[in-house]
Design a binder for this molecule. Structure first.
Ligand code: NAD
Length: 462
């Protein structure tokens, strides 16, 4: 009860700040974004430490996937802020002559950002950048499963950003549920589809708009014969995305690979050699790989391998170390399609390889499953590319690379169907936290009597 009263009080304070109008000025938004950039520069080592403590990310990985992208996003927002805020003039039809019109981006007001643990810094800051740029007052609720980053944000954000407009509230599911009971003008959620449903249900009670950045199983179509001259690069990209990015605990990581049966053994042989060279020979010598976030998720991933039918499909790895929460890069060949590993988002270092007779069949395989957040295809076959573009549906589609779409500010990032709704990054982040208000300016002349009743041919006269 006390918590509800205190979050109501806190939200009341934030609403007062919004009413005062200070967050809508260009100066305020610019100053806050500059302060956020300063935070990232001055506190870089603390960011690295928190990310290491939470998921064992190395400095290189932490910079490449979290601090670097967040800095890039602030710099981009600062350089585009004026343009994004400027109302867009709209040409009017002759029918409405004389009139002028524009689309004015209005901040929603009070917004809630709930984030996930796997990229706990960047996933909190990317939407925060959009929400500040759009002129909102903001509550960020980091994930309790990344406690070091959560407490870093709670302690550091108030030292740099305007505490009357931006708050970080820590806590677990109970805190999230209490926050969700409040009336928000927008909720931005990153996490699993399961909790996404709870968020949307609570938001519906107040008709609050939501952006849901969810997950799912992201396939990779490996058109082996068409990329034979680029196999080495393709395999390096596959391996670093699957195992070198938070140990497969990434929403746009590769979940499984589709390849033609006849190329399976050479694909697996090459992957085995590469994986051992990049990550070590065995569980004792494992390096350059993050750990699993906690015991619950460690057990969840290991349980996939305990299914005897799945265990029988292991062609590489399969060992784990409970003490260090480490799981070896593991490759499965054709695990049963009705097994849990083929029906749940893996979110760990297991890579199933599924064979198809003809690579074109991959399209049907993908289309009989929920729409993925990302679909990848390694192919040089232009006709096949066209088919994939037009016959599949996914949040994003990338040819010949993996996960690179995340750092491309020009492209919207988001899911479709079960992988989410709404989009962000770059200008799309600004849009995610703005209402596009139509504004129409009219005068009183000329005034045609034909538009007024009575409609029986006689015209009203003043
Ligand atoms: P999580 O457990 O950290 O939860 C996310 C947020 O939901 C947290 O703030 C947490 O406090 C809150 N929460 C947890 N239980 C709740 C409950 N019962 N009621 C209300 N709130 C609750 O994260 P997760 O869900 O395990 O995250 C992993 C999932 O997120 C994966 O499915 C992954 O694909 C997805 N993800 C998506 C993106 C994206 O950009 N689309 C990015 C990262 C992760």
């Amino acid at each position: 009860m006390d918590e509800i009263i205190s979050s109501e009080r806190l939200l009341g304070e934030l609403r007062e700040t919004f009413k005062s109008g200070k967050t809508t000025s260009f100066e305020w938004r610019k100053t806050q974004l500059q302060a956020l950039l300063r935070l990232l520069e001055e506190q870089e080592n603390k960011c690295f430490q928190a990310l290491f403590d939470d998921v064992g990310k190395s400095k290189v990985e932490a910079f490449k996937d979290e601090v670097g992208p967040a800095k890039k996003a602030v710099v981009h927002a600062l350089s585009c802020l004026k343009e994004w805020m400027t109302p867009k003039k709209v040409g009017m039809r002759l029918l409405l002559y004389p009139s002028k019109a524009e689309i004015v981006p209005d901040p929603y007001g009070l917004v809630l950002i709930m984030t996930s643990w796997n990229y706990p810094l960047d996933l909190a800051l990317e939407p925060l950048i959009g929400a500040i740029a759009a002129g909102n007052v903001i509550v960020v609720k980091p994930s309790e499963l990344a406690p070091a980053t959560s407490s870093f944000l709670a302690n550091t954000v108030p030292l740099y950003l305007d505490n009357t407009a931006i708050k970080v509230i820590e806590g677990g599911p109970e805190a999230s549920q209490q926050l969700l009971q409040q009336k928000w003008d927008k909720i931005f959620y990153t996490g699993s589809p399961k909790i996404g449903r709870i968020v949307m249900t609570e938001a519906a009670k107040h008709l609050t708009p939501v952006t849901l950045e969810l997950g799912g199983k992201c396939p990779l179509i490996f058109d082996y014969s068409s990329i034979s001259s680029n196999l080495k690069v393709a395999l390096r990209r596959l391996s670093s995305a699957k195992w070198g990015a938070c140990c497969g605990q990434a929403c746009i990581s590769i979940d499984y690979v589709l390849v033609e049966e006849k190329f399976t053994s050479s694909l697996i042989d090459m992957l085995k050699t590469l994986v051992r060279r990049l990550y070590g020979e065995n569980i004792e010598t494992l390096g350059s790989i993050s750990r699993i976030v906690n015991k619950r998720h460690f057990d969840r991933v290991c349980n996939y391998l305990k299914d005897p039918a799945v265990a029988a499909s292991i062609v590489l790895g399969g060992s784990y170390d409970e003490k260090r929460l480490l799981i070896e890069p593991t490759i499965l060949l054709n695990p049963p399609l009705d097994s849990a590993v083929m029906n749940e988002e893996i979110f760990g270092p297991i890579l199933p390889i599924i064979t198809v007779k003809n690579i074109q069949e991959s399209i049907d395989f993908i289309n009989t499953r929920p729409k993925p957040l990302a679909l990848y295809a390694f192919t040089h076959n232009d006709a096949f590319k066209k088919r994939i573009v037009s016959e599949t549906s996914s949040g994003s589609l990338v040819f010949n690379d993996v996960m690179i779409q995340y750092i491309c500010e020009e492209l919207p990032f988001g899911g479709v169907g079960q992988s989410g709704m709404g989009r962000y990054h770059g200008k799309y982040s600004f849009d995610a936290f703005s209402h596009e208000k139509s504004v129409l300016y009219r005068g009183y002349f000329p005034d045609l009597s034909a538009r007024y009743p009575p409609w029986n041919g006689f015209k009203m006269e003043f």
